[in-house]
Design a protein around this ligand. Structure first.
Ligand SMILES: C[S@@+](CC[C@H](N)C(=O)[O-])C[C@H]1O[C@@H](n2cnc3c(N)ncnc32)[C@H](O)[C@@H]1O
Ligand code: SF4
Length: 392
């Protein structure tokens, strides 16, 4: 989800409608995202819309989410093939709340085509009972926010768990029957050494997850980390970060994980279908505060305010925070920018518009042709953001 949060960071402002927009067309929506904004504590590097200590709002919020799904079911044909619960920290919900929410969704949605149901878990928030409930409710894939197996790095990241707790949570999830687990990791963390990162990768490989997301730390505006960077307390060393990225590709590649997108590595057949749907430009609906939806060329975002989101939904009002009609060329560029970051790259024929950029990147050794596809070279993967930016 990170890619989308930052890629959509450009779209700010907008307007709020007082009434729900009229039905425009009956589209079948096959991908649903749920944003659960509650976190035990705000991590100093994180720019997602989250709330801490908002327990009193949760029950009404869950009812609002369910109402939002009902409303959407009147405007669109909902036939989810993938569902993604992200945040925030969906696993911060209590067992009874999850029971209410997931049971409520099962009652409202046709899940006969559902192939993947992902759920983000912070290691500090799941015990055996919750893990069993998630499995029994139909969740098929867990994304566990480990970040690092090194306690010093976890402290720098301001995480509420240590490595031991993350390992216990991983074991609890396995014992509950989860056979598809992603581990989220972060590198280029201030103070992190090459040896610490290598040890985190080695430990990850030893645990044999099905999928690994390894993100290079991004200094997002309006975060404590960004301020530290501006003050000079934190410094970036892009060459060192590139070395860590190369170590990641080599270690995970040697362990049998295919790098199917810049930050994502999977065992055969364990690629995230939900992420692929975004990357190929499929329609999707997002529920919850700050969540984006895109249907055809229309994109909108829900209000990034849990209380107001809840109030408006329960009052039957629109929660659209901003809406835009994407020009075909904009959408095309966006999809190209996502696709070039994937293993499959782009069909050469789809790149006619960018012939000049293409020549330049090929000359620099960032892009190469394989059959009719244009893909990033290993060198190009180190420059993926710059290459992708050329398309938008
Ligand atoms: C939306 S977070 C949700 C996961 C869960 N709340 C947790 O933190 O355990 C998804 C992942 O994005 C990554 N992430 C968040 N902020 C980041 C940043 N500024 N730079 C790089 N990766 C980041 C982390 O690896 C995190 O696990
Ligand atoms: S727990 Fe996850 S979503 Fe919440 S603040 Fe930390 S990184 Fe962000």
């Amino acid at each position: 989800m990170r890619v989308f949060a930052s890629a959509w960071g450009w779209h700010v402002g907008g307007f709020a409608l007082q009434k729900r927009p009229p039905v425009r067309a009956v589209n079948t929506i096959r991908h649903l995202y749920f944003h659960i904004p509650f976190c035990p504590k705000l991590c100093p590097y994180c720019c997602f819309y989250v709330e801490t200590g908002a327990k009193h709002k949760t029950t009404a919020f869950l009812d609002a989410l369910l109402r939002d799904v009902e409303e959407a079911g009147q405007r669109f044909a909902l036939r989810p093939e993938t569902i993604y619960f992200g945040g925030g920290t969906p696993s911060a919900l209590l067992v009874e709340q999850l029971d209410h929410l997931l049971g409520g969704l099962r009652a409202r949605l046709d899940l006969s085509a559902l192939a993947e149901w992902s759920f983000e878990v912070n290691p500090a928030t799941v015990r055996a009972e919750k893990a069993r409930l998630l499995r029994a409710a139909g969740v098929t894939r867990i994304s566990l926010g480990v970040q690092s197996w090194d306690d010093a790095t976890l402290r720098t990241l301001g995480r509420v768990h240590d490595a031991e707790q993350a390992e216990k949570t991983y074991a609890i999830l396995r014992a509950a029957g989860f056979e598809n687990i992603n581990l989220d990791l972060m590198f280029a963390v201030p103070g992190q050494t090459a040896a610490q990162w290598a040890a985190t990768l080695a430990k990850t490989v030893a645990l044999q997850p099905e999928h690994v997301s390894a993100y290079c730390l991004t200094y997002e505006e309006d975060t404590a980390y960004f301020r530290q960077l501006q003050l000079g307390t934190f410094r970036q060393d892009h060459d060192f970060d590139a070395d860590l990225f190369e170590t990641t590709m080599d270690t995970l590649g040697a362990a049998g994980f295919a790098q199917y997108e810049i930050s994502n590595y999977a065992r055969a057949g364990r690629e995230s279908a939900h992420n692929f749907a975004y990357w190929r430009g499929a329609d999707y609906l997002g529920f919850g505060p700050s969540a984006f939806s895109t249907v055809g060329r229309r994109r909108w975002q829900a209000l990034p305010d849990t209380g107001e989101y809840t109030r408006r939904i329960l009052a039957g009002e629109s929660v659209e925070h901003f809406v835009e009609e994407l020009a075909p060329a904009t959408r095309e560029g966006e999809i190209a920018a996502f696709a070039i970051r994937t293993r499959e790259g782009l069909a050469g024929a789809d790149l006619a518009r960018w012939a000049e950029e293409l020549r330049e990147f090929e000359a620099l050794g960032f892009l190469e042709r394989k059959g009719d596809r244009v893909i990033l070279t290993r060198r190009g993967r180190l420059m993926a953001d710059a290459v992708a930016e050329a398309f938008v």
